[in-house]
Write a protein that binds this ligand. Sequence first.
Ligand code: QAP
Ligand code: CO
Length: 167
Amino acid sequence: MAILNILTYPDPRLHKIAAPVEEINEDIRQLVRDMAETMYDAPGIGLAATQVDVHKQVIVMDLSEDKSELRVFINPRILAKCGNQDYEEGCLSVPGVYETVTRAAEITVEALDEHGKAFTLEAEGLLAVCIQHEMDHLLGKVFVEYLSGLKQNRIKNKLKKRQRERA
Ligand code: QAP
Ligand code: CO
C-alpha cells in the first residue's frame, strides 16, 4: 500500500479528463487500495483518481465514522437526477476551503466495483453530493468552478500563497 500525492488546486492536471477503465485487473485493485489509504490518511470522505494524477475513471468514498464502508465506483454513469440541494463542500485538492454548491438532491448511479461487478445505487443527501463532486473530478472539474470568478481568484491566490510559504 502507498499514500499517494494529492494535487492541489489550481494545478492544471486537475482539469484532465479521465478515461474509462478497460479492464479491472490487479493494477486497478492496487490503485483502489492506494487511493483508499490516501483518503483515510488525509482524512477525507471521497477521492477521485484525477486528484492523484491518474486519469482513469476510479473513485473511492467512505462516509462512515469508522472507515467501515468503503465504496468504489469504476466507470460511473448517472442514470437519473432529481431535485436540488445546497451543501457546503470541501475537497482534499482545495485544502481549507469550504463553499456551498447546489447539486441534484437525488441521483441514480451505475458503476462497476473493484471486481468488475456492475451495480446501481440510488443516493440522496451527502452521498449524492459526494458522488457528483467526485464524478466532476473525472471530467476535470473542481467544485470551486461553480463559484463566481471573483471567489475562484481569491481561492487561487490563497492556495498559491500558501504553497509559496511552504516551499
Ligand atoms: C468531497 O471531500 C466532498 O479542506 C470529499 O483541509 C466534501 O473529503 C463532497 C478535506 C464535502 C461533499 C461534501 C478538506 C480534508 C476533505 C479540507 C473531502 C481539508 C482536509 C475533503
Ligand atoms: Co474533491
